[in-house]
Design a protein around this ligand. Structure first.
Ligand code: EPU
Length: 333
């Protein structure tokens, strides 16, 4: 098997090679490969929007290209959908918005594939995938067995699921089932969304209006990976205890931006990075984006190692300033 460049398959645009690359467009195809024996190590690649390669991959990349869009059940109020993991997430959102099915419009323009969505429990503007997800089907790559697990067994958390823990590296997700609403309840409580809808002059917004507002908000802050290599938020927003928050606040001159969440106090990582003076600062061909400090950017030709060095420098400086260690959201290989 010949090696293959992964440059087109990761949104950072990092040029590394994989020793072997197999495109999987059906479960039957995957089972065939498992029976033949997939040479190890291996990993499943979706849209490549949440991964940073720091070196060549000395194994097999299984590119998930399983496509499907099936209505399993439908009535006046809701639709129960099965979507193939290899579909593009945003295209899927657009399809649903066009049909008037609500529930994922706040997740418009999130890069990546449908199969990656539950791994991360993607979320934005007050909506998380777990709110609409019914089940995930996957093949255990070690045994070749098919499984289907319901939402409650996915162990969803903030940007977290069973697929990042117990099933890490073992599951080939091929199908995601969603329950969408034909009488959608809109979530427009984020200030940015309200302001956009006002700009549009819309008083009674539809899900298409909300989707359009979110697309515009994201486009104004987040760089398009086709133009500037990036993977969205590079770090998670840290959640600290009340005590730790008081300490951070006491040693900071001014008000520390924060939000109360059930398990503590969330401090936006973008804010921390900006206050540490790193917003828009460049390190060679890398740096934190000038419009959203949480986004690590490849300005052209940067290697994965250079990007990770910058990420570590950011972690160090934020730690030195605030005593908070940022955790990477992106998978580093
Ligand atoms: N902020 C700054 N400076 C910055 C960036 C942000 O001060 O450079 C402040 C903002 O003013 C705001 C707060 O931080 O008060 C939060 O910013 P924003 O609403 O832009 O969202 P975020 O917390 O930085 C999270 C998600 C995004 C998601 C947005 C919108 C994470 C790690 N990121 O970002 O998700 O789109 O909320 O809901 O939770 C992604 O995961 O790739 C992603 C883009």
């Amino acid at each position: 098997m010949t090696s293959k460049s992964l440059k087109e398959f990761n949104t950072f645009g990092v040029d590394v090679n994989a020793k072997a690359f197999i495109e999987i467009d059906s479960i039957a195809r995957l089972k065939e490969e498992i029976t033949k024996g997939i040479s190890k190590p291996y990993f499943v690649l979706g849209g490549g929007s949440n991964i940073l390669f720091t070196k060549d991959y000395e194994g097999t990349v299984l590119k998930n290209n399983v496509k499907e869009f099936t209505i399993l059940r439908e009535n006046k109020k809701m639709v129960h959908l099965a979507v193939g993991a290899g579909n593009d997430w945003h295209e899927t959102v657009m399809k649903c918005v066009e049909k008037g099915w609500g529930g994922i419009e706040n997740l418009s323009l999130i890069p990546g594939s449908v199969g990656a969505a539950p791994i991360q429990n993607i979320g934005a503007y007050g909506c998380e995938l777990e709110q609409v997800l019914l089940a995930v089907s996957y093949i255990n790559l070690e045994t070749g067995e098919e499984h289907k697990i319901g939402r409650d067994d996915c162990q969803f958390g903030y940007r977290d699921s069973i697929f990042k823990n117990e099933l890490k590296g073992k599951a080939f997700i091929y199908r995601v089932e969603l329950k969408l609403n034909k009488e959608p309840k809109l979530n427009t409580k984020y200030g940015d969304i309200k302001a956009k809808l006002k700009d549009f002059g819309v008083k009674e917004p539809s899900i298409a209006d909300v989707s359009r507002a979110i697309i515009e908000i994201r486009q104004s802050k987040l760089p398009d990976p086709k133009e500037l290599g990036n993977s969205g938020s590079f770090f998670k927003n840290p959640v600290v205890s009340r005590q730790q928050f008081r300490e951070v606040q006491a040693s900071y001159d001014g008000e520390v931006r924060h939000f109360k969440v059930p398990d503590g106090i969330k401090i936006p990582a973008g804010w921390l990075i900006e206050q540490a003076g790193l917003k828009g600062k460049k390190y060679g061909n890398t740096g934190m984006h000038a419009k959203q400090a949480l986004v690590l950017v490849n300005y052209g030709g940067a290697t994965g190692t250079e990007l990770i060095e910058t990420a570590k420098e950011v972690q160090k400086q934020v730690f030195d300033t605030f005593g908070i260690m940022l955790e990477m959201e992106v998978n580093v290989w």
